[in-house]
Design a protein around this ligand. Sequence first.
Ligand code: PEP
Ligand code: MN
Length: 347
Amino acid sequence: MIVIMNPNASARQISDVIARIRAMGYEVHISEGEQQTIIGVIGRGRPLDREQLSTMDGVHDVLAVTHPYKIASRMYHPENTQIPLGAMTVGSKELAIIAGPCSVEGREQIIEIAHAVREAGATALRGGAFKPRTSPYSFQGMGEEGLRYLAEAREQTGLPIVTEVMDPNLVPMVCEYADVLQIGARNMQNYTLLNAVGQSQHTVLLKRGMSSTIEELLMAAEYILSHGNMRVMVCERGIRTYETETRNTFDINAIPAIKSLSHLPVIADPSHGTGKWEYVESVSMAAIAAGADGLILEVHQTPETASSDGRQSLKPERFARLVSRIRKLGEVVDRVVPQPLPEMTRP
Ligand code: PEP
Ligand code: MN
């Protein structure tokens, strides 16, 4: 249930409605829009008397939210959620371009890629220090050492860091280094982890599970939002289908669908969505044309020697070409790729 207040409702009228809802045993989540305040009613108290609420002063309408997710729904929050990330704002006209290797492999490696992607137009740096690998024998990531190198790369380039956290106990430690906590596809329904990143109040990039529906993805986002952490971006990274030619099937439909159902920014991951670097540029163009708020792309200086996901990693020159094509496409879809940041330091 949501209570839509009149555009000119007074603070007193709003607080009276909140008090009434709480008295009925429910929790409230407030969305203060440009036009009006919307009060989300969450929980299971005494049966809600819709009539009683709709006759209160300042109330415009009381509506049942038909989706199981509430705070994630566009009904509750009609405007796009905007999230600051470094020098730009995700969910605005500006497109987020998050780029870097699948895994942090060493100090020189991550610092070199960070400079290369910054020059090519990246707005944030990605790199996994904790890697969720299908095989226990594959490279598992450099752990905290990798996070230290990422922080050094940020110091030199000014690019904010996006990196995965897999363990709820490590959320505070990863928060010390990361600007954005990535929740990987394999952990999309790890509720202990979702609760921990929700409590952290840190910005989160939540990836769609490989066999998850859009509704399940938005329910996972709801876990994080329910802790009052509104800084959530969701990521379409491809799902498993009958097709075996590509690693996953990038679900282009998910982009307009999520944008219509939810106010959360949508980031597209054509690297994992295709699994082959040759297709990454085309699918990136398609994702931005479909309304994505940004891209997350794997870039590696020598993909053939990468510790993980080399097959889908772009070389820096290819990445630069992709960004310049996205910039041109932006003119058609009314989006912009922010200009590269001035360099901070270079060794
Ligand atoms: C990654 O971003 O490198 C990754 C492991 O992604 P996903 O969780 O989408 O497979
Ligand atoms: Mn990867």
